[in-house]
Design a protein around this ligand. Sequence first.
Ligand code: ATP
Ligand code: MG
Length: 236
Amino acid sequence: MYQIKALTYRYQTEVFPAFDLTIESGEYLALMGENGSGKSTFLNLLAGFLTPATGEIWFEGKDLTKWQANTVQKKKFYSHLGILFQETDSQLFNSTVYDEIAFGPRQLQLAPEEVEQRVNDCLALLKLEPLKKRVPYQLSGGEKKKVAFASILAMNPAVYLLDEPFNGLTKETEKLFKQILKQLQQLGKTIILSSHDYVSIAHEADAVLLFTDPIKKYSTEEITADSTLYQQLINY
Ligand SMILES: Nc1ncnc2c1ncn2[C@@H]1O[C@H](COP(=O)(O)OP(=O)(O)OP(=O)(O)O)[C@@H](O)[C@H]1O
Ligand SMILES: [Mg+2]
């Protein structure tokens, strides 16, 4: 799905050391590391919101710069992605929850009945029906996160880029999000999320990309077998 070659990014200084990585279609990958180690930056690079300082990101066999080269390609690229930001506020801009969830499917120019069907399914799935006429901006933090998640589910993307998706959720909502993500993976979707809580994601993800020097991917089996690594992860 993604191929990453010698990737780095710089704000004033380099955020993380250069690394190579392959993310297979259908993989469930967790990004972990200290605060400020570059997890959100990496998700923004995968989403094409930032451009690599050096190195390359390939998506579905094509360099991301090519996907970004013109409006048609760009639109196609974003139709594959569901992106959940760390600060949910920045992604809610419609005047009702219903319209917020309908926005993506409408952008995909689906038939109105299909849009309605998808919105209603997502409202039901995330138990958001009572909120459908509310203004997203005025919702609680957890409610906003549910709406943002519903709005990306409604687009049925192939890849989910989720920045700390479980933060601020009750255990029940977290469980619901996790169940949905597992089902999505079973449907062949690729899931890439950041987390600071290894215990919480140990039974969810197939592997962890650890933002240390060097940046390295570990399977959950490798982590279970290596007590030093396990201790390091549970201490974030
Ligand atoms: N717009 C920016 N301008 C300058 N520096 C930035 C900017 N955004 C992030 N950084 C810096 O880049 C580094 C990586 O930040 P990033 O947000 O990617 O980390 P993170 O691993 O997601 O952290 P957290 O666990 O706190 O969410 C940090 O040192 C941060 O201060
Ligand atoms: Mg972050």
